[in-house]
Design a protein around this ligand. Structure first.
Ligand SMILES: [Zn+2]
Length: 344
């Protein structure tokens, strides 16, 4: 089968399309998918250079998200059959430990991510545990379906389980343009919240308005904290911040007393300061979040299959030119997801 692989850690020059053996089902709970499209995440750029503590065998198939058609199922799989149109949850967990049994899969001792800790999705065939595979409606194209899981799941856990966004609350989302922030915007609107979205690009802010943002702010020319306080009178209920060092102080200044800051990343740097007196006086909550549980996977997909979320696809690149997808991701000016078309 054709696959986009990393031949060693390094840069884009280590990417190569090559023929690999087709993976076979080796356990009763597994499903094999004929992959139609695979999507990239920021994580895929980190995998190029190598992640601390993760040793990969090469060649390593890249890609973390996938959509495709079920090709074969193990004897123990009853919820799927060959021909089903599916997406995957790239978060792998054991399914039997106390964390998994209480729907806290990201705390599973064996938690790992497809494409990061093991072979990824940008290949003609992919074998997954059946519990990580679910049906997706035909209202989404293959590229949209592939763009859905990781970013939408990450945003889903941030806004529902972690920040518990309620109808009428005000949510500030930094840096509209990436998959997670665009998904967070759609989920916040689905939850009945008012959304303030920021970007350095007016074109991206126009997309945010189309998706229902109530206030858009160009953060290169507007004092976001001040504008957010003016808009809400007291400050926002929730800030979604995956930017890190550059936005941390502004995020806190935008929060109302009792507000929540939820983070899933630190693209401009991980080290920030906090005045503990302000933290306790204003009774803020600082919440970390990553990936999602199986319960969240099914809850998010139930809403997605009602047509509530449309993943924004920035670029579609054929598998044979997969390197171009990474170049697009590395540039960082995309609006939405970068998707690899694996087969038709
Ligand atoms: Zn577990």
């Amino acid at each position: 089968m054709r696959a986009l692989t990393l031949t060693a850690h390094g840069g884009l020059d280590r990417l190569a399309v090559q023929d690999l053996p087709r993976p076979e089902i080796s356990a009763p709970d597994q499903v094999r998918i004929a992959v139609r499209a695979a999507a990239l995440n920021h994580l895929d750029l980190f995998v190029l250079g190598g992640l601390p503590g993760v040793t990969l065998p090469f060649p390593h198939v890249v890609g973390t998200d996938a959509a495709g058609v079920v090709d074969a199922v193990g004897d123990g799989v009853s919820h799927l059959a060959p021909g089903d149109r599916v997406v995957i949850n790239p978060g792998l967990s054991c399914g039997t430990c106390p964390a998994c049994r209480s729907d806290q899969d990201p705390f599973c001792r064996t938690f790992r991510i497809v494409g990061e800790h093991q072979s990824g999705t940008a290949a003609e065939y992919l074998v997954m545990p059946g519990r990580n595979v679910t049906k997706v409606g035909s209202h989404l194209s293959w590229t949209e379906a592939a763009a859905l899981p990781l970013a939408t799941l990450t945003a889903w856990r941030m806004l529902t389980t972690r920040a518990r966004v309620a109808p009428g609350e005000a949510v500030l989302i930094w840096g509209i343009g990436g998959g997670v922030s665009l998904a967070a915007l759609q989920i916040a609107k689905h939850l009945g919240a008012r959304v303030i979205a920021t970007s350095s690009s007016d074109a991206k802010l126009a997309v945010a308005t189309t998706l229902g943002a109530d206030l858009v702010l160009n953060h290169t020319i507007v004092d976001v904290a001040k504008a957010a306080r003016e808009f809400t009178k007291v400050g926002v209920d929730v800030v979604v911040d995956s930017v890190g060092e550059k936005t941390w102080d502004k995020s806190l200044r935008a929060l109302r007393p009792g507000g929540r800051l939820v983070t899933c990343g630190a693209t401009t740097g991980p080290m920030v300061q906090i005045d503990i007196r302000r933290l306790f006086w204003f009774q803020w909550s600082i919440l970390g979040s990553t990936m999602s549980s199986m319960g969240e996977f099914h809850a998010m997909m139930a809403v997605a299959n009602q047509g509530k979320f449309t993943p924004i696809v920035d670029t579609v690149v054929p598998l044979e030119q997969g390197r171009k997808a990474f170049e697009r991701l590395e540039k960082g000016d995309q609006v939405g997801k970068v998707v690899i078309e694996v087969s038709r």
